[in-house]
Design a protein around this ligand. Structure first.
Ligand code: TMP
Length: 216
């Protein structure tokens, strides 16, 4: 059986990546490609428990380094229990966030060194790197507003400590994702997340067709 393909969606708060990940799963289903939709932090029972630790409590609860170690512990479990077994069985895997989020949030926005993050990637992610990463780019102020609106709508979000951070954090975050794309242009496609969802979905589908389906 051929190994499945691995796709990740990345971007700041409220960039629309979860919607797009769902739409891509549906679209692949229409051409009989079964894709497992997963997310980070989380995606396996153990990693979901770690997500709970990360997302609740005061915004200063964890230092950037502690946060990084928790995220990579969750990622190791997610890879072992969900991503690698699914790929081996021939399923495609779509993850709503993956290691690039650590480079943007903990690295660019919070000061953890790229060297450390690269070392953790080498030890934890190993060769299970995404073949395609869609980065949904939106201006920091709009991302922040969208994130705040979500907080009003969902009680859970009131306790979402990541989103309490201010605008400058969101600016560094945005730059962090753009740096990820510059470092790995063969893997990443940056899409304007302000476009209507159908337009973004069409651009995502174009990237999947040209970068993954036509090279099979
Ligand atoms: P979500 O809102 O997309 O579910 O993401 C949850 C939060 O986790 C979001 O604020 C970003 C944060 N996060 C990191 O800071 N580093 C990471 O490596 C990952 C995967 C998520």
């Amino acid at each position: 059986m051929t190994q499945g393909r691995f796709i990740t969606f990345e971007g700041g708060e409220g960039s629309g990546k979860s919607t797009q990940a769902h739409l891509l799963q549906q679209k692949l289903g229409e051409i009989s490609i079964e894709a497992v939709l997963t997310r980070e932090p989380g995606g396996s029972p153990g990693a979901e428990e770690i997500r709970h630790l990360l997302m609740r409590g005061e915004s200063e609860r964890w230092s950037p380094l502690s946060e990084t170690m928790l995220l990579y512990a969750a990622r190791a479990d997610h890879l072992m229990r969900t991503i690698r077994p699914s790929l081996r069985r021939g399923y495609w895997v779509i993850s709503d966030r993956f290691a690039d989020s650590s480079h943007a949030y903990q690295g660019a926005a919070s000061g953890v060194s790229t060297e450390l993050l690269d070392q953790l990637d080498a030890a934890v992610v190993e060769s299970t790197r995404p073949e395609l990463t869609v980065i949904l780019d939106i201006p920091a102020d709009i991302g922040l507003k969208r994130a705040e609106r979500r907080q009003d709508e969902e009680e859970f979000r009131l306790e979402d400590r990541f989103e309490r951070r201010r605008l400058d954090f969101h600016e560094r975050l945005r730059q962090g994702f753009l740096e990820v794309a510059e470092r790995s242009p063969e893997r990443c496609v940056v899409i304007d997340g302000l476009k209507p969802a159908e337009e973004v979905a069409a651009l995502v589908w174009h990237a999947v067709q040209t970068r993954l389906l036509e090279t099979e």
